[in-house]
Design a protein around this ligand. Sequence first.
Ligand code: SF4
Length: 340
Amino acid sequence: MHEALLFEKLPSSFVRCGTCQWRCTIAPGESGYCRIYQNRDGSLYNLNYAQVSSMAADPIEKKPLFHFYPGSLCFSLGGWGCNFHCEGCQNWQISAVRDRERWYGSREVLPEVAVQLAQNYDCQGISWTYNEPSIWFEYTLDSARLAKERGLYTVYVTNGYLTPDALDTIGPYLDAWRVDVKGFSDILYRKLTKIMHWRGVLEVAERAKHKWNMHVEVVTNVIPTMNDDDEQLKGIAAWIYEKLGELTPWHVTRFHPQYQMMDLPMTPLATLEHAYDIGRAAGLKFVYLGNVPGHESENTVCYSCGKLDVARSGYETRITGLAGSKCQFCGAELNIRTNG
Ligand code: SF4
């Protein structure tokens, strides 16, 4: 148990949590919507500080991040719980488990240990992923600070629902913001995630890029009959183009039936290719299909000269034409962060 950083004391020992945009008002002895932050005697505590459900040295492409240190290994940690309740969650075994008694196999991995493990496994960076990182915000903040001191890059793989305050607190220590944008309407977001103010996800992503100079990549898991219509996909693509820029990668990924959405089919390839066409027609230079190993759209091809800059097949990555962030053949800017 760890005291929360972002909360406000209210009369009668109530508190208001300031970590995510639910901004829960919590009575003494009660927990917020996520059930991970709890009011004890008028103070707020995080219940899963350093409680790790999963960790691995992953290729950065698995996040997915395609324009951020391609080919590098990223030490990846997940905890428990979430502030969204998505019926099709791909990691529901850890995100939907909110009661401590059911955290089977949980291990305490303090920030010093996590950062040391990243270095032991020759990882160039560290990420908080698998479940929503803001759910153990204090842990990710302490770890990110330490990781930056040791020269590692830092990545949030997030649903993007942090408050601007939370973002500004961790912003100085984060390098990449890999955010899900699940749809582009009130009804869709409410149906898929149960949240009310989804536009806050967009605003915080824009802030991550423009205020904190983070590298941003966007993922949309395309779910048949839910968010696979042109209105949703065109809305997302147009927002990326207008607010994040044409060089921002957009990953449109295949949904696999999971959790409470077992009745829906896997996303047809044709639907993903249609989403790709929508992204390109909106002006985006880099649209990638995800969960379709071997598809040619996994590669980074220069939009200017048409040459292959990064070849990918599954999680095999080969750099074939990069000079720093640019195409080695024609000098076009690709918005790729590298060591060079
Ligand atoms: S993190 Fe979000 S859901 Fe959890 S208590 Fe705080 S405001 Fe509520």
